[in-house]
Write a protein that binds this ligand. Structure first.
Ligand code: GLN
Length: 292
């Protein structure tokens, strides 16, 4: 590179990256290009705004170039960078777990709503994946303890790493299992789950980022998408303490099917919460308290 040749600055790299992703038809080219630039150039979001003419090294430019090439092939940013922010925590992410999604923060927000900060409660996360839901909850409630269950050993390894990185490994146990098989009755104050709920035949219609890169095991809900709720509703009511609360994520058009499954299993106060996009996203309710 000759001295006269213009050096690549943060702002130029961002602009060029954004244009490249836009040309490839990527949905949010500015955000994705910025996240990859931050990682490649070891810069923060603030650096890009306050120090836009900082020159990046040829090695950093080459790293950014390889990230952009992978994104052009529709690999998710979370897989390229190996991490994803969720609620107030940062999580390691691999192709063995579902990438945490903002929609799922609806569960965290509702779980914390009527829970005083220092009150000890026990939490079970069924299909824990990366640990996003339960770790976000434990991070907010210092007296809480949790158990995360997953059928995938690879997913549990990711959750274990995330728990350790967040210094939450002393308050969470991670167990391989098929939903609640092996767990005792009336053990938990709160049960959360984001089970697979996409109807099998719809999977091929999903965006390439999801269809080609995310684990089928975490997406496929059977013929009508509801297979796992049929199993989970009675199991969740079994392991909840009387008066305990459950929160399960659903597809935006599944509320009318999923609510009755939980009522039939003995759930009370069953209703559906909306996500930030105003779509039905979480069915919640309680197990009948003893004294009423
Ligand atoms: N919300 C995810 C998607 O649409 C699916 C998550 C799930 O099946 N639990 O890709």
């Amino acid at each position: 590179m000759s001295d006269e040749q213009e050096a690549l600055t943060l702002v130029k790299a961002w602009t060029a990256g954004r244009a490249r992703l836009k040309a490839a038809g990527i949905d949010q080219p500015a955000i994705d290009a910025r996240l990859m630039l931050e990682a490649a150039a070891d810069a923060t979001r603030t650096d890009i705004v306050t120090d836009p003419y900082r020159v990046i090294t040829p090695e950093q430019a080459a790293t950014l170039d390889s990230y952009l090439a992978r994104r052009e092939r529709r690999e998710p940013v979370s897989h390229i960078l190996g991490r994803k922010g969720f609620w107030k925590i940062m999580l390691n992410v691999t192709p063995d777990v579902l990438t945490p999604r903002p929609d799922t923060e609806t569960i965290v927000e509702a779980a914390l709503r009527d829970w005083p900060e220092h009150e000890p409660r026990t939490v079970l996360d069924l299909g824990v994946g990366s640990g996003a839901i339960i770790l976000a909850i434990l991070a907010e409630r210092p007296a809480a303890k949790g158990l995360g269950v997953d059928i995938s050993e690879e997913a549990l390894a990711v959750a274990r790493e995330n728990a350790a990185n967040l210094d939450l490994d002393g308050r969470i146990a991670l167990l391989r299992g098929d939903w609640t098989g092996g767990l005792a009755e009336e053990s938990f104050d709160l049960v959360v789950s984001n089970p697979p709920y996409i109807p099998s035949q719809d999977i091929e219609t999903l965006e390439p980022e999801v269809r080609d890169h995310e684990p089928r095991l975490a997406l496929d809900g059977g013929a009508d998408g509801l297979d796992h709720y049929r199993v989970l509703a009675p199991e969740i009511l079994r392991v909840l303490k009387p008066g305990g609360r459950f929160l399960v994520e659903i597809g935006h058009d599944q509320s009318l099917q999923v609510e009755p499954l939980f009522r039939d299993a003995g759930g009370v106060e069953v209703s559906t919460l909306k996500d930030l996009s105003d779509r039905h996203r979480v069915v919640w309710g309680r197990k009948k308290p003893l004294e009423t």
